[in-house]
Design a protein around this ligand. Structure first.
Ligand SMILES: Cc1cc2nc3c(=O)[nH]c(=O)nc-3n(C[C@H](O)[C@H](O)[C@H](O)COP(=O)(O)O)c2cc1C
Length: 286
């Protein structure tokens, strides 16, 4: 798996074909889960493919405005409830999303608005909490290079599809502060460095409503992740957002540099100036 390519290629799909993913690919996914990347390896997690007969029961407790995206398959991550368990589920879920992307299978994260109800509806007889839900399958065929751009009925043009359907934070805007002169002198962060590519992957991470409520500080050899206030995003969705972003950054930086560091989920010792309402999530030695 080339994490940089996968993280930059991935996009959410909401319009799935009525075609099932083969059993052998589902088996590959299940096997991958056992060895996939974890933010906090000691947390007990479970992986479940939702029985298609039960999936319509999820309507009303998952999805934007409780509207379930119809897909042939959904994967659910259940976790014991302990410190950072939601971020850990986001981290694992995104590794699975990128594995599916690598298998040319399309995905969409789905918010869980009522986990207790979800547990009841799916008859989940477990003390673990359903934390991360991902729809997957094959996207309905779209015009692969061009799409219709409809301004009004008399103004329909063909437009080239951009790489990303959802606009993403630019690296320069995502970095709140740095001691590497990036803002004044962009050449100091060469576009081909491992760090730059990890930053691109971080900025491409999916987030609830694409709001990306986080910023980065690069200081004294540390990449610090700051969570921003997020009135439209629940605490749970924000924790998933952060876990997803941490996976993208970690996986790309480690794979490209060959140095496997780890996220420290606490503030660094040095005091840092934070954006308004910002809270430090953790840091990564770069
Ligand atoms: C925690 C989380 C929950 C999400 N929930 C939903 C959802 O319920 N319905 C939906 O259509 N998209 C959902 N998404 C997908 C986002 O809308 C999508 O990632 C974002 O718009 C960026 O687009 P992209 O994934 O194509 O880059 C969710 C994403 C995350 C990270």
């Amino acid at each position: 798996m080339n994490y940089y390519e996968l993280a930059t290629k991935r996009k959410s799909t909401r319009d799935f074909k009525d075609k099932e993913v083969s059993e052998s690919n589902i088996a590959k996914l299940k096997a991958y889960f056992l060895d996939c990347k974890r933010l906090v390896p000691t947390i007990n997690v479970e992986f479940k493919i939702i029985d298609p007969k039960l999936s319509p029961m999820m309507n009303g407790c998952v999805g934007y405005k409780d509207y379930l995206i119809e897909a042939p398959h959904y994967l659910l991550i259940l976790s014991e409830k302990t410190d950072h368990y939601i971020e850990n589920a986001g981290f694992i879920g995104e590794d699975l999303v990128l594995k599916l992307t690598d298998m040319d299978i399309d995905t969409c994260w789905v918010t869980i608005s009522d986990s207790e109800k979800l547990k009841e509806r799916l008859n989940l007889n477990t003390d673990k909490e359903p934390v991360a839900l991902i729809a997957f399958g094959y996207e309905k065929t779209v015009l692969s290079i061009k799409r219709l751009d409809i301004k009004n009925l008399s103004n329909v043009t063909m437009k080239k599809r951009s790489g990303y359907e959802a606009p993403k934070l630019y690296i320069e805007d995502a970095i709140y502060a740095e001691d590497m002169g990036i803002k004044d002198e962009t050449s100091t962060l060469d576009h081909y460095t491992d760090l730059y590519q990890a930053l691109v992957a971080a900025c491409c991470a999916p987030s609830f409503l694409n709001l990306q409520p986080y910023r980065f500080i690069i200081d004294d050899g540390l990449f610090v992740l700051v969570s921003l206030e997020h009135p439209q995003t629940s605490e749970e969705d924000q924790a998933l957002n952060l876990g997803i972003l941490m996976l993208n950054f970690y996986a790309v930086l480690s794979q490209r540099s060959g140095v496997y560091g780890k996220w420290e989920l606490k503030a660094p010792e040095k005091a840092l100036e934070l954006p308004d309402g910002g809270e430090i999530v953790g840091y990564f030695k770069i």
